[in-house]
Design a protein around this ligand. Structure first.
Ligand SMILES: [Cu+2]
Length: 180
């Protein structure tokens, strides 16, 4: 009985789709809701927004350095590595903000880099590479060849909310990494 009823129902539906999209109409509002949700969440989150990070596989032979990013700390799992290819795997634990991972080669202490308006002057230090800002609760990776020396890992995002400047670097998102 049910099977027999289902067939004409489907046929009627297909016919109506062709005529007036009456059956297909049930799908269309769902699509619109998804699109609206995506748009509004992106615009409502403010300056800290960024796309989720992307993780690529660790190259063979590279040394892995896990780095935790959060409001407001930057914590490499190790203090030193051997010179060579380093695979940085950054884990943004937020809870809310986008963060980045900038790798600077410098003899200066992590908290002594030149700063202008809360931002480390990237033209005055040697930026080796970086993982660009990526969203909270996602991970991002980058492989970088590092020569021996001392490095500072930092997040150089500065947000301005209601005239208040929030420098991730000054709030503590910086750490030393020694390459031997
Ligand atoms: Cu940050």
């Amino acid at each position: 009985m049910r099977k027999w009823m289902a067939a004409p129902g489907l046929a009627a539906c297909l016919a109506l789709v062709a005529l007036a999209a009456a059956c297909g109409g049930e799908d269309r509002p769902n699509v619109d809701v998804i699109e609206d949700g995506g748009t509004s969440s992106a615009s409502a989150s403010g300056p800290g927004t960024a796309a989720p990070g992307e993780v690529s596989p660790k190259p063979a032979g590279a040394q892995q350095v896990d780095v935790v990013l959060r409001e407001f700390a930057l914590e490499p799992a190790v203090a030193s590595v051997k010179a060579g290819e380093i695979y940085f795997l950054a884990d943004n634990r937020g809870p809310a903000d986008a963060h980045e991972l900038v790798i600077v080669k410098t003899d200066l202490a992590p908290d002594k880099l030149p700063v202008e308006k809360g931002k480390v002057s990237e033209s005055k230090v040697k930026v080796v590479d970086e993982i660009e800002a990526f969203a909270a609760k996602s991970q991002a990776s980058k492989s970088v060849k590092l020569s021996a020396g001392t490095y500072v890992l930092l997040c150089n995002i500065v947000e301005t909310d209601d005239g208040q400047t929030e420098s991730h670097y000054e709030l503590g998102m910086r750490a030393a990494l020694r390459v031997e």
